[in-house]
Design a binder for this molecule. Structure first.
Ligand SMILES: Cc1cc2nc3c(=O)[nH]c(=O)nc-3n(C[C@H](O)[C@H](O)[C@H](O)COP(=O)(O)OP(=O)(O)OC[C@H]3O[C@@H](n4cnc5c(N)ncnc54)[C@H](O)[C@@H]3O)c2cc1C
Length: 422
């Protein structure tokens, strides 16, 4: 039997809210604190909408250092570096490079696939249990190749998909059009694609908001417009959280602060290797649904993902290493506009698009940090989900709730916690 505890969750992004849902389901008394006026208003707000266990893989991999140089030199390339005199930026970069070996890639990929596949299953269950709707679709995702070299290069990924038993289809141009009829109107040529039929799509912000409402119905309390200024530890316990509205206490504490998690944990002497990597998105109203994407199309050339979300198209991409800087650089809109214009030129009204950016909480090995800390027995981490926080949210929330409740999680979690960096 689970002992009912008071649990304080720091952060109401998609990770904090899914944690709240599963903790409330497990019978705990849950409070969520966030500085924003509502749930999911920072990085979870306008991501690319892919729920893609099939593409769950770390950025760090063999060949990435060379590719990164090429991307940095490319006009409108997917990677931007704005160097800062911030040692954390360079330490994190060195840690990422250290993970670019074949061995590290295989280990990291295995962890990510395990959590992402579990998460998709949890999301399906959650959807059935609650009836939650978030402009979701279950029509797979398509990685689109403009060049034969890219198609040939996909063999490595296909080998990995085979290894993990992830269903896939290699498509010729006609097959791509059959999967995504809007590509018949593309303004550029493409040579083929890799389709992952089990992937899903959906609006992360809509999901987070609706799940938060369901949580309220389950008795969860949300304290918005409340800034966390410190976490207080005494001996091996956390004794409270200092906020702009006073100190709050609980039996257990969950850090789900996205990119800001390491800043708050530093005061406790905990070093968390998470660094913010900025991404951008456009949300475009659909003007002709017949030629719009039906699901996600990943334009491999520019690493831009275009996703159908109800009557809108979400176009997301760019990895900008610039520290804690939320500047919306207009120059980064170009690659998103161009990818949409190239692939679905008549689908939407780009003139009415909303341009947005957010900070992905990235670990150097791609896997989030999930589990109890060794230093404080009542402090749990659910953070560092990087490029795939939406994909991994439900599974991470479920695992977290099991661990807080003292139950064994349904997947192996021994290598998901902070101790793996020791
Ligand atoms: C352009 C882009 C595209 C992406 N596309 C995808 C995709 O297609 N699929 C996918 O799976 N993932 C995608 N992601 C990644 C995904 O969006 C993130 O991994 C996920 O949103 C992280 O959620 P989170 O809850 O950890 O962080 P956040 O959503 O940032 O939540 C953290 C919360 O903590 C709060 N907070 C922080 N500091 C404080 C403080 N001091 N006091 C009080 N509150 C505080 C913030 O207000 C925030 O609400 C994308 C990200 C970007 C930027």
């Amino acid at each position: 039997m689970v002992v009912r505890m008071k649990v304080l969750i720091l952060g109401s992004g998609v990770i904090g809210v899914t944690s709240a849902y599963y903790l409330a389901q497990a019978g705990h008394e849950v409070t969520v604190i966030d500085r924003q006026p509502g749930p999911g208003l920072e990085t979870s707000f306008a991501n690319a909408g892919e729920i893609s266990p099939g593409y769950a893989s770390p950025w760090a991999g063999p060949g990435i250092p060379v590719k990164a140089i090429k991307w940095l030199l490319m006009q409108d390339g997917p990677l931007v570096l704005r160097p800062k005199l911030d040692p954390r930026m360079w330490i994190w970069g060195a840690q990422l490079l250290g993970n670019c070996t074949e061995r590290a890639y295989a280990v990291n990929k295995g962890r990510m696939v395990r959590l992402a596949e579990y998460s998709r299953d949890c999301l399906i269950e959650l959807r059935k249990a609650t009836g939650i709707a978030y402009d979701e679709r279950t029509q797979g995702t398509l990685q689109l190749f403009r060049y034969h070299k890219q198609l040939d290069g996909a063999q490595g990924d296909i080998d990995v998909l085979k290894q993990y038993g992830v269903p896939y289809e290699v498509l010729d141009p006609a097959g791509c059009v059959a999967a995504e009829p809007g590509l018949a109107t593309a303004a550029v040529e493409f040579v083929g694609g890799l389709r992952l039929p089990n992937d899903e799509t959906g609006d992360c912000s809509m999901f987070t908001e609706k799940l938060a409402a369901l949580c309220t119905g389950l008795g969860v309390t949300f304290k918005f417009e409340t800034s966390i200024t410190g976490i207080v530890g005494e001996g091996d316990r956390i004794t409270g959280v200092d906020t702009s509205r006073g100190t709050m206490t609980a039996d257990a504490y969950v850090v789900a602060l996205g990119s800001y998690s390491p800043l708050l944990l530093r005061g406790l002497g905990i070093s968390l290797p998470i660094y913010p990597i900025k991404g951008y998105s456009l949300t475009v109203p659909i003007t002709d649904a017949a030629v719009a994407p039906v699901s996600t199309v990943m334009d491999e050339t520019y690493k831009v993902a275009t996703t159908r979300l109800g009557d809108r198209i979400r176009v997301g991409g760019t990895a900008e290493i610039a520290g804690y800087d939320n500047t919306l650089h207009p120059s980064r809109r170009g690659p998103l506009d161009r990818s949409l214009r190239d692939l679905f030129p008549h689908a939407g009204d780009a003139g009415k698009a909303t341009f947005w950016c957010g900070l992905r909480p990235m670990t150097p090995d791609g896997t989030p940090v999930l589990g109890r800390t060794e230093t404080f027995g009542n402090l749990y981490l659910n953070t560092g989900h990087g490029t795939l926080g939406w994909t991994m949210a439900a599974g991470s929330g479920r695992v977290l709730a099991d661990l807080v409740s003292g139950r064994a999680a349904e997947i192996d979690t021994s290598d998901l916690g902070l101790s793996r960096y020791r």
